[in-house]
Design a protein around this ligand. Sequence first.
Ligand code: C2E
Ligand code: CA
Ligand code: CA
Ligand code: CA
Length: 278
Amino acid sequence: AKQEGRNRFCFFSGDLEESLLQRHALELKLRHAIENDELIVVYQPKFNLKTKNIVGAEALVRMVDENNQLISPVEFIPIAEDSGLIVPLGNQVLLKACTQAAKWLKEGMPISVSVNVAAAQFADPDLEAIIIEVLNQTQLPPHYLELEITETALMGDINETQTKLSVLKGLGINISIDDFGTGYSSLSYLKKFNVDIMKIDMSFVIDMLNNTHDYEIVKTIILLGQSLSLTLIAEGVETEEQAQALMELGCGIGQGYLYSKPLRKKEFMTFLESATKN
Ligand code: C2E
Ligand code: CA
Ligand code: CA
Ligand code: CA
């Protein structure tokens, strides 16, 4: 197969060949990082827009390169998805995030952690068993764990999705629809799926105060979420004005550079300690 692969490269030239090689190199690096447990998880705090208290954190994966620089998931998540590595990757992130949240709790900082669940991971028949195992192992009370799942990942077989969500909810964890508004949002699905949280995609938030169209979308998503009694989170909150506007529209929670970038676990601890002191 290697030989064939090499020959096939001959059909491509220049940039395409280069990008295929880069992709391949990144896949090898990723495989190595997973096998040696070298993935890093950073945490981005989520804030109650009114009280300005930290209510949770999103776990976001990073890879470290030879020069100790962090590689963005935007570069390697698609590769992980194509190669099937996304499942072991996601499971490692889940374990690390729950370990961390259990630690925060033990140290008097009871905040929830959310973990991104890719479509292939959601479809994995072992998902429930893995989550139960991780909760047992880390002793994290389930209501401190939240799963962020995109609409697209939920859009498989409706009955299967419904059953799966019920089982997960039955464990006591919370389910969030990630990047809401960017996928195939459908009212009938939303009503059928037992979810708790709706995350408004940052593409609508970033420009909401300059673009009336985006503002109306955000407003409509919030109304929709409220009518379904869901908790609303806005991602990509970068300014005080956006936070204010979101709060006025009825969104409860914000996440974004206004508050903090994703932080390494040590930095996050320091951030948490200073935030909970005052
Ligand atoms: P996402 O789930 O929508 O995560 C939010 C992304 O927005 C993060 O990028 C975060 O750093 C960035 N962000 C947060 N606040 C702001 C802001 O105020 N302004 C701007 N411009 N950006 C902000 P990140 O960490 O690069 O992650 C990118 C995507 O990679 C995530 O998007 C998620 O889809 C995926 N991802 C990250 N970690 C994992 C993981 O463990 N598993 C899976 N399946 N996907 C992951
Ligand atoms: Ca997310
Ligand atoms: Ca998101
Ligand atoms: Ca997003």
